[in-house]
Design a protein around this ligand. Structure first.
Ligand SMILES: Nc1ncnc2c1ncn2[C@@H]1O[C@H](COP(=O)(O)OP(=O)(O)OP(=O)(O)O)[C@@H](O)[C@H]1O
Length: 270
């Protein structure tokens, strides 16, 4: 009798613990999202399907099985932004969008200076820094600018009443690429009612892509930053600079090392 039970090794225990931990993490993650109801629905269907099979109700079992398949597709559709972001992160290039650390710091400096000034003057703004995922699908309607990033140009774009002040301005590398772009609004049901459309647009684009969005509230002058669907509010200029540096410069540094390494290798080999 005991021989029928396979021997459990230490590796099996580790294997089971890892799987248990992953299931636990996925469940905790799902419990905070809208997918949990669908997941519970799927589990109930699965239970019915097993019961139907047990009592040989083949038609019922057939229907439940098909509903489970539809439910799995529904989960994929609902989780499409999250799946896209996770896959993009797995395949993320190691080297960021800027060519050098100096280039990244210059862009950050201009964004911080423009944000501080617009915050003081209560000028509403939404500045999105594109990273590895191209934003072209979202910004087709925007107006092409292609000008160097500067505090002056940013303030001019968002100056109330001007044609481009509505919508988002997109920064691609060291250029203001487009202005007046309309972004997808976040559908996160947990966002408080008080979060307006400008902030929802900032959260929306960072939920779907790896972009970073800086928002200045017209109402309060508060400067916020959104990344990966999260919003950090009320940043003073030094804090904004620190967060932007953390998100952008580290990558530029890695790229600089990479470029230097390749230069050295080229010099050595020629
Ligand atoms: N989908 C969108 N994409 C880009 N910008 C948008 C979008 N929707 C609204 N905006 C911008 O937000 C402005 C309206 O902001 P609203 O007051 O509704 O939001 P808010 O988050 O409360 O911002 P504020 O604190 O500045 O008032 C619009 O004039 C427009 O410029």
């Amino acid at each position: 009798m005991l021989e029928a039970i396979p021997k459990i090794t230490l590796w099996d225990v580790i294997d089971i613990l890892i799987v248990a931990f992953l299931i636990y993490r996925i469940f905790v993650y799902l419990s905070e999202t809208r997918a949990i109801q669908i997941l519970i629905g799927l589990l109930v269907l699965l239970m019915f399907s097993v019961i139907a099979k047990f009592f040989h109700f083949y038609t019922l079992s057939f229907i439940f099985n098909n509903l489970i398949t539809i439910g799995i597709f529904a989960l994929i559709v609902i989780f499409q932004p999250e799946i896209r972001r996770i896959l993009a992160r797995i395949g993320e290039k190691q080297f960021g969008i800027f060519t050098t650390e100096e280039e990244a710091e210059k862009v950050i400096e201009e964004i911080v200076r423009a944000s501080a000034s617009m915050s003081e003057d209560r000028i509403g703004a939404l500045i999105v820094v594109e990273r590895d995922i191209k934003l072209d699908n979202y910004i087709e309607a925007g107006t092409l600018i292609n000008g160097a990033v500067s505090k002056e140009l940013l303030i001019t774009i968002f100056w109330p009443g001007t044609p481009l002040h509505d919508g988002a301005t997109i920064i691609r590398k060291d250029k203001i690429y487009k202005a007046g772009a309309f972004l997808p609004l976040s559908l996160n049901p947990h966002l408080p009612q008080t979060v307006g459309t400008r902030h929802r647009a900032a959260i929306g684009i960072t939920e779907e892509t790896d972009a970073i969005a800086v928002v200045i509230s017209e109402e309060t002058g508060a400067v916020s930053i959104s990344y990966a669907g999260k919003l950090i509010k009320n940043l003073d200029p030094p804090k904004l600079k620190k967060v932007l540096k953390g998100l952008l410069v580290k990558k530029a540094k890695e790229k600089k090392n990479f470029v230097d390494y390749f230069k050295r290798r080229n010099e050595e080999s020629f």
